[in-house]
Ligand binder design. Structure first.
Ligand SMILES: Nc1nc2c(c(=O)[nH]1)N=C([C@H](O)[C@H](O)COP(=O)(O)OP(=O)(O)OP(=O)(O)O)CN2
Ligand SMILES: [Zn+2]
Length: 122
């Protein structure tokens, strides 16, 4: 099997809901995002998926979150925009794009600081 990983980032504001503490208040993060896909097959160029395509599609998706107030966006209107829920949302959306018999989105990790990250995988 091959595992391909890209790193990218977005910036946004949020506040955690059903949470007591500082993070229930509006604040922001520069989230780093790590996406890993696995595949058993390579094309003739020796690529699982072209990193350029993986980065482009991920960045297109992240543009819908970038510089937004996450709590106002449809996926998080009734779901706390924690790093866990952001990671799961990205996993589900990227699986719609890349998931196939041959390719699996293995894991999405979302870093909200240099020291704290949440990952989602199935
Ligand atoms: N499991 C999770 N825990 C927390 C999340 C989360 O998404 N998943 N999110 C938050 C808040 O978003 C908050 O912004 C994080 O702040 P905090 O942990 O306080 O981070 P700091 O960088 O300010 O570091 P300090 O530990 O306070 O120094 C909270 N928890
Ligand atoms: Zn936060």
């Amino acid at each position: 099997m091959y595992r391909l990983t890209i790193h990218t980032a977005f910036a946004a504001a949020h506040n955690l809901i059903h949470y007591q503490g500082d993070c229930e208040n509006l604040h922001g993060h520069n989230w780093k995002v790590e996406v890993s896909i696995t595949t058993a097959e390579l094309d003739k160029a020796g690529l699982g998926i072209d990193f350029k395509i993986l980065k482009r599609e991920t960045n297109t998706l992240l543009k819908t979150l970038d510089h937004k107030y996450l709590n106002e966006l449809e996926p998080f209107k009734s779901l706390s925009p924690s790093s866990e829920n952001i990671a799961r949302y990205l996993y589900v959306e990227l699986t719609k794009i890349f998931g196939s018999d041959k390719v699996k989105v293995e894991m999405v990790t979302v870093w909200e600081s240099d020291y704290a990250a949440a990952s989602y995988y199935e």
